[in-house]
Write a protein that binds this ligand. Structure first.
Ligand SMILES: [Zn+2]
Length: 168
């Protein structure tokens, strides 16, 4: 894991920073380490501390502009926890609710995780046309979710459980 996740003082995920930047924030008492790498250490002239994986800012930072999550196939699979929106089994594909052939777009609200079988069965039809029911409605991830979605699988796996439960 190269980057360190930065939480606001309110524990809300804010951004990621480089490992070096994270260490500087901790050494300047601007942040505290919430979770450290079990093995990796940061060593310098006056420093020898475990590499921080998650830090939390000591002071609350007001964020005026919340970034919207850019749509991605991987993001849809993570948002839906790799569960098919039609049958609940493991999903490996992304289905367009309104098919692209009918003008459906690559958006959070028009895409769901789907198993290959259901995706194939639905083909270029809407759920109504295919006689299929969505088990849940697609939704746009919150900015905090977006931050988690932007992390790699390996990084998500390394997060503390209380933080990762919404991301994986
Ligand atoms: Zn399915």
């Amino acid at each position: 894991m190269r980057d360190t996740l930065v939480l606001n003082a309110s524990f809300e995920p804010l951004s990621t920073v480089s490992l070096n930047r994270a260490v500087v924030l901790v050494l300047q008492d601007k942040a505290v380490v919430e979770q450290a790498h079990p093995v990796l250490r940061m060593r310098g002239a006056d420093v020898d501390i475990p590499a921080p994986r998650v830090i939390r800012l000591c002071r609350y930072v007001r964020v005026p502009f919340r970034r919207r999550a850019p749509w991605s196939r991987r993001g849809v699979l993570v948002r839906d926890r790799h569960r098919c929106a039609y049958c609940g089994r493991r999903a490996t594909t992304v289905d367009h609710v309104v098919p692209r052939a009918q003008g459906g777009q690559d958006t959070w609200l028009n895409t769901v995780a789907a198993c290959a079988e259901d995706n194939h069965r639905k083909a270029n039809r809407t759920p109504e046309e295919a006689g299929m029911t969505l088990l849940r409605q697609p939704f746009e991830p919150t900015p905090a979710d977006a931050m988690l979605l932007s992390l790699g699988q390996e990084e998500i796996a390394a997060l503390p459980e209380w933080l990762a439960r919404d991301a994986a």
